[in-house]
Write a protein that binds this ligand. Sequence first.
Ligand SMILES: Cc1cc2nc3c(=O)[nH]c(=O)nc-3n(C[C@H](O)[C@H](O)[C@H](O)COP(=O)(O)OP(=O)(O)OC[C@H]3O[C@@H](n4cnc5c(N)ncnc54)[C@H](O)[C@@H]3O)c2cc1C
Ligand code: SF4
Length: 313
Amino acid sequence: MIEEKRYLQPRSIAETIAMADAQQSDFRFIAGGTDLMVNKFQENENSSCLIDLFGVEELKEMTSDESFLYIGALTTLDELKKHPLIVQQFKVLIEAAEAVATPVIRKTATLGGNILCENRCIFYNQSKWWRDAVGNCLKCEGNICIATGSKKHCYSEFVSDTAIALISMDAMIEFVDHNGSHKIALHKIFSGDGVHPVNLNKSSLIKSIILPLNQNFKSVFYKLRLRESMDFTSLTTVVTKNKEGKWNIVLGGVDPKPVLIHGNKESDHAEWIQQALKNSRAIDNEVFSRKYRRKMIQVYLKRSFDIIEKTQY
Ligand SMILES: Cc1cc2nc3c(=O)[nH]c(=O)nc-3n(C[C@H](O)[C@H](O)[C@H](O)COP(=O)(O)OP(=O)(O)OC[C@H]3O[C@@H](n4cnc5c(N)ncnc54)[C@H](O)[C@@H]3O)c2cc1C
Ligand code: SF4
């Protein structure tokens, strides 16, 4: 029997949620499709229904009030640098977005899709033929992690660059499901489990990303990758300090979830580096070795602290 494939095109958030609920989990939302479609071609993603968000205008809005900026989840990575408030107050978000993929991809790729970009691993992001030959791992219905031999834990890496920048600026998200609308700190949606990296229900729709205004963030962004022109991260670090002297240190590419460390004026920089190393569960599952990436955590963080200390508000 030929399996029926469906492609749905809702026009409002309410219609999107109703369609999602009717699919009984056998669906995926598709925004720019630049991550999802690659996973579909490699048969890492096999839902028979796609719900295309492109026609939902409410997801494209960018608004602000006295305290917050609300960025619609469907805003493309390329559009971020055109918004005056983002240019003035959240420049590290633009740096992070500009470090994602290539200019052409950034014209299609959305902020919501980037936050939920699937975790990666050199043993997982391969064609089905490759995986069938080598053996399927925990993340694709096998029973062992090829990288570590574990029968329980998957340490696929969290790779979204914009999420790291957003968390460093205390971002929240607003998501909608059949119970209504909810707000939550962005870092709380990530589980730390490489097989299921996001805590949200499959039918939860990200409506907007919310950033607090007038924080006067000083920030430094670094990304380690094989090719500067186009590559997923092997280590992303963002360090920010706000006007109250609160430091946020956020790391990507070295754990199944973003690694977040808070500091204050009195804290010790060397201690933050030790905490970052302790909390990063990097394994040998990508192009740079675990050992090298851990060395680079120390290099990037030390440089970031020095630059921030020397920068005037
Ligand atoms: C060559 C290449 C290089 C790349 N390099 C990088 C890189 O350096 N860094 C990086 O971070 N990414 C990279 N990517 C991955 C991808 O391009 C980006 O992560 C992109 O931002 C994904 O956005 P999208 O709109 O295309 O998401 P999609 O592919 O449409 O969706 C991604 C996921 O998000 C879900 N989703 C999307 N929008 C919503 C929403 N509003 N609510 C709920 N769920 C939603 C989808 O269901 C899916 O699970 C690269 C991709 C390619 C092909
Ligand atoms: S870390 Fe292990 S289980 Fe997870 S994707 Fe890689 S090989 Fe598979």
